[in-house]
Design a binder for this molecule. Sequence first.
Ligand code: ATR
Length: 273
Amino acid sequence: MDQYLVFGNPIAQSKSPLIHSMFAQQTGQELQYARMLAVKEDFIEHLETFFSNPLAQGCNITAPFKELAAQWVDELSSGAQLAGAINTIKRQPNGRFFGETTDGPGLVQDLLRLGIALKNKRILLLGAGGAARGVLKPLLSEEPSLLLVANRTAEKAQVLASLLPSEILEGCGFDALTSYTQPFDLIINSTSASLSGDLPAIADSVIAASDCVYDMSYSDKPTVFMQHASLLGVENVYDGLGMLVGQAAESFILWRGVRPLVEPVIQSLRANL
Ligand code: ATR
């Protein structure tokens, strides 16, 4: 049977084995999907041992190995080249290893699933770390009228925005946000602030004027950012559970050539958070 796994540290919490086994069951695909803990020093060794098994067809990579994995593969998608990081490896028929980042497509799929329009909309992306970098290109492909990257450290947002030649892509610090007088249709929080229960320090007026807030984090209850946005009167507030399932679906399609249904999987995960 074809073998897959996810590498990370920590990894015990990973929902990928569960998600992929649900996808496999749903689509009638025969595969096994496991998880493996690694440390930076032995990650490549583990990766090579895994792929020395001819049944090993692909793997997912989560923090902190996404950059190392991107350096290891033979080929990178254009999105992965920009991100400098991958979450998916596929063994190709010619034996070469292909690296892809499905986080961005997973996010876009989830936004569209939720009925959030992107074309000609003004999008504010909070954060300029690895998570933001991975979603820039797929968001731009949806042709918003503006994609503004705002970060606590302004310079990082400006550097990120300069990576892609696009007139609709801009970067700034949190302080500069109030000078954008037109409201944002969608605010996406890609900062790691939610993980530590912190709020990105942006003006309440910027959040309150928005139609929709999406936090790329998720937990068993709304994140602090979601709670804050709801208190400020934002009507449409979502977490990133659907993005998690969406990125897994994009990996599954790359490996198996079949699109699984995400909705039942999201519902099942939500019920068990
Ligand atoms: P990830 O891969 O999750 O994006 P990262 O590359 O370490 O992780 O980036 C973390 C991002 O969250 C950065 O944009 C960081 O802002 P700085 O560049 O200014 O450090 C942002 N971040 C983390 N904690 C934050 C907080 N409490 N408030 C605002 N931004 C925060």
